[in-house]
Design a protein around this ligand. Structure first.
Ligand code: AMP
Length: 543
């Protein structure tokens, strides 16, 4: 074979950092502090502070490959960690502040974190697990709302006396840059070690117009936490394009977010469905309070976005929602639901159905779905199977090699998501494999039922899960949260669903609950529902 004669230029985050300083020094970074005031800085400030941070970490003994952990909300200091740590050759390990202390202790210990940077407001959480992690040598506190306590280092003081330039080493593009753990609803959380190369390639593709497509004109608001799956890569997308960044800090309620969007003239925002559900409900109540005309795209992912949410934003507020699917194991974006030109011929309902799907793979992600026996299934839009993916930003193993059974012999990653794929490649997630409902040997999609229920005017949220049944083995049960002041009976909901589904798919019963239990990353925790209500039908159903 004739080898190409192009340079082997390393795909590393160091280039993004340099680029931000050289070309976008005046781009802005705005962060909301715990006291709600706004901190304003520029990419030039960011670059200088990232250099100071690298010096400070080096002084504390951080070596290439060492893990530096963050336990932080989204803010400018977290962005400094995102770049300074990988660019000096170390690995940023983002800890998920919504996890239980015992899980955090397990994860930090498993990762062998040496330094931990924490928001002062999160110290009470840190204190609950830090003693279980002997590898942690220094705790550095971001002192926003008061001084760092004794026995810890003050982030701002660490940076203050350091030089504002750092001679970043030339790194190998395959070296590790970030470590993120999966939410681990079953078994222990597993670490995914992103490389510089995987982040850079993911960033380049994310910046295509067909994918997220930011430019220097954009104002990006990553509501999705930087402690979860690298905030979908949005901070990297901003740095490479020079977009203005707006960080919400710890204030994620709908009013705070809408205020920030309007004041800072946000154009692009990303968050999980729960965030957008809250925002939509508020906008419905007060449609004129915020001027959101600058917004051109709202990304939604992390769990299934109900079609009613996408439709509600569009029809009632003229706001465009783009649905995406991803996983920590993918760095994290895998697919995105964009319409193709010929879909212009479809009616509104059919177009909404496509926009509410999880979309088709972004470039360089490949997909297939397989049966229980490993047979590759047809893309016919109805056959359900487990989704498998491969590509340059898909994990090939977990940190410490656990979970080897998730990787196939022929080079695919088993996602654990049960999907259908249609002839055009659009996938629809019907369940997590551990959440599937198998009634009389046939699969029922809990996600489809939930989405339909959430379109009912009285329903705020609904989760459908498997309950044991004396005759059918399993039957669907619905846990429903009603909107404040609204009423609906089980009979009404059943009649409503009957318009959309065959009879055997309909939930056997409806349980009205005050809230749906969630995982640390905001996904429905159906395991909890099954534990609590799994035997409900054994008592009430006749065999
Ligand atoms: P995590 O690694 O914590 O981001 O979780 C990844 C999982 O979240 C996926 O395997 C899916 O089960 C779920 N997920 C992510 N995005 C979506 C989406 N758009 N629709 C439905 N489920 C999703």
């Amino acid at each position: 074979m004739l080898a190409g004669r192009m340079m082997d230029f390393p795909l590393t985050l160091t280039h993004l950092l340099d680029r931000a300083r050289t070309f976008y020094g005046r781009s802005e970074i705005v962060s909301r502090r715990p006291d709600r005031s706004l901190h304003r800085s520029t990419y030039a400030d960011f670059y200088r502070r990232a250099c100071q941070l690298a010096h400070a970490l080096k002084r504390l003994g951080v070596q290439p490959g060492d893990r530096v952990a963050s336990l932080c909300w989204n803010h400018h200091q977290h962005l400094e960690l995102y770049f300074a740590v990988p660019a000096m050759g170390a690995v940023l390990h983002t800890l998920n502040l919504r996890l239980a202390p015992k899980d955090l202790g397990y994860i930090a210990h498993h990762a062998g974190d040496r330094i931990l940077v924490v928001d002062r407001t999160l110290l009470p959480l840190l204190e609950k697990f830090v003693k279980d992690v002997p590898s942690i040598e220094h705790v550095i506190v971001i002192p926003d709302d008061g001084p760092a306590p004794e026995g810890t280092l003050d982030y701002e003081q660490c940076l203050a006396s350091e030089p504002t330039a750092f001679d970043f080493p030339t790194l190998e593009e395959r070296s590790a840059a970030m470590l993120c753990y999966t939410s681990g609803t079953t078994g222990n959380p597993k670490g995914v070690l992103f490389s510089h190369r995987s982040i850079v390639l993911h960033t380049l593709v994310s910046c295509m117009g067909e994918v997220i497509g930011p430019t220097a004109q954009d104002v990006m608001l990553p509501v999705v936490p930087m402690f979860h799956a690298a905030a979908w890569g949005l901070p990297f997308d901003a740095l490479i394009t020079g977009a203005k960044l707006v960080f919400p800090g710890p204030h994620l309620d709908a009013v705070s977010l809408l205020d920030l969007m309007a004041q800072e003239r946000v154009t692009l925002a990303g968050g999980v469905p729960t965030i957008w559900l809250g925002i939509l409900a508020l906008l419905d109540q007060e449609p004129k309070r915020w001027d959101l005309r600058t917004i051109r795209a709202m990304l939604i992912g992390g769990s299934a976005a109900p079609a009613s949410l996408i439709d509600g934003f569009m029809k009632r507020h003229g706001l465009h929602v783009t649905h995406a699917w991803g996983m920590t194991e993918l760095n994290p974006v895998g697919t995105l639901a964009r319409l193709k030109p010929h879909h212009a011929d479809l009616d509104d309902a059919a177009r909404l159905d496509i926009r509410a799907s999880q979309g088709y793979p972004i470039p360089f992600v490949e997909q297939r779905h397989v049966s229980d026996t490993g047979q590759v299934l047809p893309w016919d839009g109805k056959t359900m199977g487990e989704l498998e993916v491969r590509g340059p930003w898909v994990a090939r193993s977990y940190y410490s090699d656990e979970g080897a059974d998730r990787f196939t012999q022929d080079g695919w990653f088993k996602t654990g998501d049960v999907v259908t794929i249609d002839a055009e490649g659009y996938l629809r997630i019907t369940d997590r494999s551990k959440d599937v409902i198998k009634s009389g040997g046939e699969w029922i999609s809990s996600v489809a039922l939930e989405n339909a229920l959430m379109a009912h005017p009285a329903v705020l949220e609904a989760a459908v899960f498997a309950a044991r049944h004396p005759k059918w083995d399993e039957r669907p049960l619905a846990a429903v949260v009603l909107k404040p002041g609204q009423r609906a009976t089980a009979e009404e909901l059943a009649a409503y669903l009957q318009q959309h589904f065959v009879k055997w798919w309909l939930p056997e019963d409806y349980l009205f609950v005050p809230q749906i239990p969630r995982t640390s990353t905001g996904k429905f925790l159906k395991m909890k529902l099954r534990e609590e209500f799994g035997d409900h039908l054994m008592k009430t159903a006749s065999p």
